[in-house]
Design a protein around this ligand. Structure first.
Ligand SMILES: [Zn+2]
Length: 491
């Protein structure tokens, strides 16, 4: 790189030319720099810019900048903004990072789920040892363990019951007293509270279709759900596991496609990294079986290990199991693509991303600390390993407080393949993708070119087969064009 002429300028024009030349290589590298826009897209980009600018003027006056505040505190304010309304209309493509158990908004649980016959809540008079307060489960009348009360009775005797339960199931202002990663114990408790609720078959049957339709309302056409395959139950003693669970999802997919033929759903089998090697190996074996059973439909697209990275085992800890997996796949002539959650850490010691890369991960969930490993980052960029960036999740789980400082901003600036995910919208309240997109448009100054590339990435880097992908991309390009033309016609 040639050294530029630096030093005090002779005149304004000469300085401006030098400054432009200095900025040029960065402008070219940025995500979206190579998007060629038509007139309608230019108009839509201008509108996006005006909406953002207006918000910034308002924040300058109030001194409060929402991306620097915990999302639950500013959610309502964001939802009322013109920029949010604008973003809701944008065709999003796919949602590649979202988990089972935290898929639908909490309102569904409170308003509909609690009314399901047999619903009980652990709501002891005093501190209970065996169960946690707010844990939901289904029992026949009169058979619930000590501490559980029927949801119907709790709702009948206390008008404010829902508002007492909500903070136990979502991110809320009380969480602000927990400044660090101890927030994960609350987060894990929410999953524990919901485990016996969402795995109750009559609830499962309704919870997920609601979640998928909610995503469609936010113009999300395609979802890759990280599913843990915890067996389902009902009160007659029936149990659904493995391929039966996958069949149920396949049925939901078919039902939604009757109304919305463009909708599609795929599953990523999720093991838990805090569990021992034996459990993870069993999960790997089941994932291989399931992928093979649904291979003609390409429905179970791969495997992931989820859970708090700093507290759980490293990706390399399971090395003997990755070796066994290689043998197993060879024996069975099977495949199991990997979609690792890795780099979700503030610690420089966390080197899981090296292992994720070496093991051949297709994408990376979060990749929050990739910026610490420049050589590896260059490989991700060159080889097209996409990062599933989840800004609101990272903020609420205490990896970053002010989203302007989120490393994703640098990934966009350095042209990495980035997609945006919402991770756990049921807990965080960021249902759809519009909230996370709002945060990054405002905090990272994303223009429509960057946004378009990021949204297209959600299909390009998906686990769809080539033909499915080509169809999904064509449909998305058409929706995008129609959307931009619609925006351009607005007064
Ligand atoms: Zn996740």
């Amino acid at each position: 790189m040639k050294k530029m002429q630096t030093g005090l300028p002779r005149d304004v024009d000469e300085y401006r030319i030098r400054r432009e030349a200095l900025r040029a290589p960065d402008s070219v590298l940025r995500v979206g720099a190579d998007e060629e826009f038509d007139l309608a897209e230019e108009a839509a980009d201008a509108r996006l810019s005006v909406l953002r600018e207006r918000l910034l003027q308002g924040y300058a006056e109030t001194g409060c900048f929402p991306p620097a505040e915990p999302f639950h505190k500013v959610r309502a304010e964001i939802a009322e903004s013109d920029l949010y309304r604008f973003l809701v209309t944008v065709p999003k493509g796919g949602l590649l990072h979202i988990h089972a158990f935290s898929t639908a908004p909490c309102d569904w649980i409170l308003d509909i789920g609690l009314n399901e016959p047999g619903c009980h809540v652990c709501w002891p008079q005093d501190v209970d040892t065996a169960n946690i307060r707010g844990q939901l489960a289904f029992f026949e009348e009169g058979t619930a363990p000590t501490g559980y009360r029927s949801a119907a009775a709790l709702l009948a005797e206390d008008d404010g019951f829902r508002s007492k339960l909500r903070p136990l199931l979502t991110s809320c202002s009380e969480d602000e007293d927990i400044p660090d990663l101890r927030i994960w114990s609350k987060f894990d408790q929410v999953f524990q509270r919901l485990m016996r609720f969402i795995t109750y078959k009559p609830i499962f049957d309704r919870y997920y279709p609601f979640a998928f339709r909610r995503a469609l309302e936010d113009q999300i056409q395609y979802i890759e759900l990280r599913e843990n395959f915890v067996p389902l139950y009902d009160l007659a003693g029936n149990v659904w596991a493995g391929s039966q669970i996958a069949d149920l999802y396949w049925g939901m997919r078919a039902e939604i496609r009757e109304e919305n033929p463009g909708f599609d759903l795929k599953l990523i089998y999720s093991g838990v990294r805090s569990l021992g090697r034996t459990v993870v190996l069993e999960a790997l074996k089941e994932a291989v079986e399931l992928r093979a059973q649904f291979l003609d439909r390409n429905f179970i697209i791969g495997f992931d290990l989820v859970g708090e990275e700093d507290a759980g085992h490293t990706t390399g800890h399971f090395l003997p199991d990755w070796i066994r997996l290689a043998t197993l796949l060879e024996e069975k002539q099977a495949s199991l693509p990997l979609y690792f959650h890795d780099g979700e850490s503030d610690w420089p010691e966390d080197e899981n991303l090296y292992d994720a890369y070496l093991l051949g991960t297709r994408r990376v969930g979060h990749g929050f600390n990739l910026f610490r490993f420049p050589g590896l980052e260059a490989r991700f960029r060159k080889e097209g390993i996409a990062l599933e960036v989840c800004p609101i999740s990272n903020q609420l789980l205490r990896y970053v407080s002010d989203l302007r400082m989120h490393p994703g901003s640098g990934y966009v600036a350095r042209g990495l393949p980035v997609v945006i995910g919402n991770d756990d919208p049921g807990i965080f309240g960021n249902d759809g993708l519009s909230f996370d997109l709002w945060e990054v448009v405002v905090a990272w100054n994303l223009d429509l070119r960057a946004l378009k590339t990021i949204l297209r990435n959600s299909l390009v880097f998906s686990g769809m087969g080539e033909q499915e992908k080509a169809g999904a991309l064509r449909r998305w390009e058409e929706s995008w064009k129609a959307w931009a033309e619609g925006v351009a016609r607005l007064p």
